[in-house]
Design a binder for this molecule. Sequence first.
Ligand SMILES: *Cc1c(COP(=O)(O)O)cnc(C)c1O
Length: 409
Amino acid sequence: MAKAPTDRQSPATRLVTAGRRPEWTGTSNQPGAVVNPAVWRASTHLYPDMAALKAGGKSNEDGRFYYGRRGAPTQWALAEALTELEPGAFGTLLYPSGVAAIAGALLAVLRAGDVLLITDNAYEPSRNIGLGLLAQYGVETRFFDPLDPAGFAAAFCERTRAVLLEAPGSLTMEVADIPALAAIAREKGAVSLIDNTWASALGFPALKRGCDIAIMSLTKHVGGHSDLMMGSASAGEALYRRLRRTAQQLGHVVSPDDAALALRGLRTLGVRLERESASALRIAQWLAARPEVARVLCPMLPGAPGHDIWSRDFTGGCGLFSFILKGGDEAARARFIDALQLFGIGFSWGGFESLVVPVDPKGARSVTSWPPARMDSADRFGVRLAIGLEDPDDLISDLEKAFAAWSLG
Ligand SMILES: *Cc1c(COP(=O)(O)O)cnc(C)c1O
């Protein structure tokens, strides 16, 4: 859904006003006006006559009724709100999951014979899109070290058409110099896509920092309540039109119920991120002082890897970070995780509740090593925490008890 961006208001205000067109909600001087667009369930839209049916088919644009696959006001309002929150975006497409958004965007910009560069610390299913789906269609995927801009520049060849970036990296949280990498990609004539799920547009205005397509898993913070799956891709006009054409051909559409839930989540995104980030930073500081912890991988923490670039380029963070246990083994880590009471064991993050998973990225690396050379190789067992909205003091007590179980042996 496309709309000229309104960069003048601050993000906090835009979170409240974005996507609330009077034609979708009514206006306040009309009886029956509402704050949120209705859940508009429709596969079929009915036309008064043949002429109207014909005209509907011609205007292949969002925001015009035609057929359910092109959406209705509930989906349009969410897409438009996300566009208004992403400075530099002309429009946003919605996808049935974050992975669908990544695959859909890559399919829109690549063709047989092209080379795709993917950051080596990417979300593992993103790697698999390159190595599996795209390979099947004649696209070659190569990986690069996100912390080596010179190596990245050297990795381009004549056939390199797109690069997939992500910062901080999934699980291991390296913060790449995205403005530098995006500038190199542009100079080489490649489209840069970024998986911006961690920071969202509030914490990292990706298009403003030089990226061409900003992708999010809305399953995480935007939904915010662990009850829906969705993804988005926002871009300037020309790329938005390519994304849209491909999404229509792939039949990507999201349900109006999920769109309404995501829109509800979006309204409180700012306060949730602020609270989570503050709690995560407190917990990261506490962990950094623990004898059981070798290293805290939280870019928001002063002195942690990536903190300098994070402070320079990001305007916010979130509750997701990792840490590495000092020595120990697989069984000790399992005791630690099993002893946690307030952290659910489960994938995903960005909900109101805290979660934990083990970090073992070793098999998902092609050109970098894990643990990195700068770390002691005895410290291999990582843990990823997604900090929710609980009181951080309670979360700290829970972690303290789990460390006791870890050291029991
Ligand atoms: C979860 C996640 C995705 C995928 O999103 P889904 O909605 O689960 O398909 C993509 N990137 C990152 C960084 C994620 O954490």
